[in-house]
Design a protein around this ligand. Structure first.
Ligand code: NAD
Length: 248
């Protein structure tokens, strides 16, 4: 299967890599819909932007979950490093990720090659005035008992830059993602069930324009039938083998 996937990408020079939660499970961060997925334990309809704005108790729980979550201490795995290697080889135009864990950047992928369409867990802002206190400032206040920290400038509600259900996607990131998509001549999906929209329109657009789709994912995705090659296996093992083969 690795052979077939490498063959499908062999003539491409502007591969768009599209990643989802599955690329980070081997770094210890659970996905949403996999066998150990978070949605087995939580109800997605609870995690709305409107609820965050209107429900103080929900914000308190959100900060608690955030500062106790595995996102903040996780480190990249071999799949994140393989994505960086592909970009460094000159064969990729970059990576659009649905992940908020910051692990592509931690694996050395530069900002110009990375678009985080669902935001980032390591940054925060005031939803009223846009001030951007550091997460470590907020954490310090939270650890000293301020359970619903407010903006130091205007008193507004502070929130991480993780995109919640019902919240607009970051405009600039989406524009950059579409520019990469339009320039791509193949798409390599890693660790995504391809069922979260509008993000999934990004890889599918590359396929709609007649370019090859290669999927590395444990389990089925909604678009397996469109793939030129499919590898069902753990990304941190499979992706380095595929990239090695491709660059050999
Ligand atoms: P998803 O949970 O819908 O799908 C993840 C897919 O990856 C599943 O099909 C799962 O079987 C597969 N998978 C799990 N472990 C794998 C591995 N080691 N190797 C290969 N495949 C593996 O995730 P999604 O499509 O990214 O969409 C859900 C949303 O979840 C996204 O919007 C994202 O923002 C958010 N999310 C992000 C993180 C993160 O930042 N790490 C974690 C959980 C959820």
């Amino acid at each position: 299967m690795i052979e077939r996937a490498a063959e499908a990408l062999s003539t491409s020079r502007r591969i768009l890599v599209f990643t989802g939660a599955g690329i980070s499970t081997e770094s210890g961060i659970p996905d949403f819909r996999g066998p150990q997925g978070l949605w087995k334990r939580f109800d997605p309809s609870d995690y709305t932007y409107n609820r965050y704005l209107t429900d103080r108790e929900f914000r308190e729980q959100s900060w608690k979950r955030h500062f106790e979550s595995p996102y903040l201490s996780a480190v990249p795995n071999d799949a994140h490093r393989a994505v960086t290697l592909l970009w460094e080889s000159g064969r990729s135009i970059g990576c659009v990720t649905q992940n908020i864990d910051g692990l592509h950047a931690a694996a050395g992928l530069p900002n110009r090659a990375l678009v985080e369409v669902h935001g980032n867990a390591h940054t925060a802002h005031c939803i009223s005035c846009g001030a951007e206190p550091t997460l470590s400032d907020i954490e310090q206040r939270w650890r000293s008992g301020d359970t619903d920290p407010r903006c130091g400038s205007c008193g507004g509600i502070l929130k991480t830059k993780i995109v919640y259900f019902g919240e607009d996607l970051p405009t600039e990131a989406i524009a950059r993602a579409w520019r990469m998509t339009e320039d791509a001549d193949a798409v390599l999906v890693v660790g995504s069930s391809l069922c979260v929209y509008p993000a999934a329109f990004i890889p599918l657009d590359v396929v709609d324009r007649g370019h090859p789709l290669v999927i590395v994912n444990q389990g089925a995705t909604d678009h397996d039938f469109r793939a030129a090659a499919l590898i069902d296996g753990p990304a941190a093992t499979v992706l380095p083998l595929l990239i090695d083969r491709l660059l050999a």
